[in-house]
Write a protein that binds this ligand. Structure first.
Ligand SMILES: NC(=O)c1ccc[n+]([C@@H]2O[C@H](COP(=O)([O-])OP(=O)(O)OC[C@H]3O[C@@H](n4cnc5c(N)ncnc54)[C@H](O)[C@@H]3O)[C@@H](O)[C@H]2O)c1
Length: 371
């Protein structure tokens, strides 16, 4: 029988974790795995040399010569997929078919058909299959969710979300994400809009049912990529299942914004706002007087307090949230049912919203989002 966790727990048996990719996220995942008490079995990357470099930098046991060799290793229980977007689906499929639990980066896949097939395969095999929608693991995001769920904001009227970055603001800035062959057909929305959709739906408990989107590609040529077809920014009008409406602005060309993810819900009684660059606080807006709620574990909802690993006034951040995600995913492998663990269903959901965004932008019409 599934067991509910009341706090972030490490699994009872030591898991062995393997990592595919050796960049930014492989480092973040491996820190989380180490914190959760896993054995760090090794990495495979784009080449044996890249795997060696990752293993040395991250303190992993083995540098595998290929992704297939890592997947075939009988001592590995869970595989973390931290590679460019278009490689996720085939690596996740191979890992699940080999009987491994999988933690696959977002976007889970670059088509909803691929993502749906992975959801089905993971369910058939009875394996844990998680996607790092990590912003769910900030205690104050959980606190916002708990306050909405207990009716503090009243009936939901509107959602106002943004995810703004500036690292592609200059026409010379470049990255593999810009290239459809590696990043997939959507860039800004698949890359960061997926987090925004997940967080807005997670905190509100509501679902986007229809949307109308406009995209812009500001630079069709960057330092190495030319004929760029992926979007730099997206503006979306949304309608939710409850009847609430909202807007989402997603941009990687917004100067001064480093990782500006924010979600604000306004209900009949109060507004609640979470900003990931200020994750220790919530803003509660009311017509008579507004207030700031600080992360103080003694005063938070139980699901927020369980993620608050240090007392109030001792700031927590992105890696702490990531460590909590990995700990919960490993707890699920151990048979627990941690609250709010984002799984492949959630990964599929974000891909479906992304497809609706691209379809709307291309046709200039409202699009229904597949349930
Ligand atoms: N959840 C989050 O908060 C978050 C944050 C950033 C990135 N991401 C996601 O993580 C993934 C990786 O992003 P990153 O920033 O680490 O990229 P990165 O460029 O830093 O690293 C990618 C790594 O994958 C390796 N690689 C490339 N092709 C490969 C292949 N075919 N097989 C094996 N290895 C291959 C590269 O050598 C490199 O080491 C992306 O899908 C991205 O969307 C998630």
């Amino acid at each position: 029988m599934a067991v509910m966790t009341s706090h972030v727990i490490a699994p009872t048996a030591t898991l062995r974790a393997g990592f595919v990719g050796g960049g930014f996220m492989a480092a973040v995942h491996s820190r989380g795995a180490r914190a959760a008490g896993a054995g760090l079995a090794g990495a495979a990357s784009s080449s044996p040399r890249s795997a060696r470099s990752a293993a040395d930098r991250l303190g992993l046991d083995t540098a595998f010569d290929s992704v297939d060799a890592l997947i075939a290793d009988a001592d590995i229980d869970v595989i973390h997929i931290c590679t460019p977007n278009t490689t996720h689906a085939s690596i996740a499929r191979a890992a699940l078919e080999a009987g491994k639990h999988v933690i696959c980066e977002k976007p889970l896949a670059t088509t909803s058909a691929d993502a749906a097939a992975l959801v089905e395969l993971a369910a058939e095999r009875g394996l844990v299959a998680a996607v790092p929608f990590v912003y769910r693991f900030h205690p104050m995001a959980r606190e916002a969710r708990a306050r909405v769920a207990r009716g503090e904001s009243g009936r939901l009227l509107s959602v106002h979300g943004a995810y703004l970055q500036d690292w592609l603001s200059d026409r010379h800035d470049d990255d593999w994400r810009v290239d459809v062959a590696l990043g997939g057909p959507s860039r800004a929305f698949a890359d960061i809009g997926s987090h925004l959709v997940d967080l807005a739906e997670f905190v509100s408990g509501d679902r986007i049912v229809r949307l109308n989107a406009s995209t812009r590609t500001v630079y069709e040529k960057r330092s190495t990529n030319a004929d760029i077809a992926t979007e730099d920014l997206v503006a979306v009008v949304i309608e939710l299942a409850s009847g609430a409406v909202g807007t989402l602005l997603v941009s990687q060309v917004a100067p001064g914004h480093k990782n500006g993810l924010s979600v604000e819900l306004s209900g009949t009684d109060a507004s609640i706002r979470f900003e990931q660059e200020h994750p220790e606080q919530l803003w509660i807006g009311r017509t008579d007087a507004s207030s700031i709620v600080e992360r103080d574990p003694a005063r938070l909802a139980p699901d927020a307090a369980r993620l608050a690993i240090v007392p109030a006034g001792h700031p927590m951040g992105y890696q702490d949230a990531f460590n909590a995600f990995i700990a919960d995913a490993y707890a699920a492998i151990g048979g627990a049912s941690p609250e709010g663990l984002p799984n492949f269903d959630d990964g599929l959901r974000a891909v479906r919203v992304t497809e609706a965004v691209l379809a709307s932008a291309a046709s200039g019409t409202w699009q229904e989002v597949a349930a």
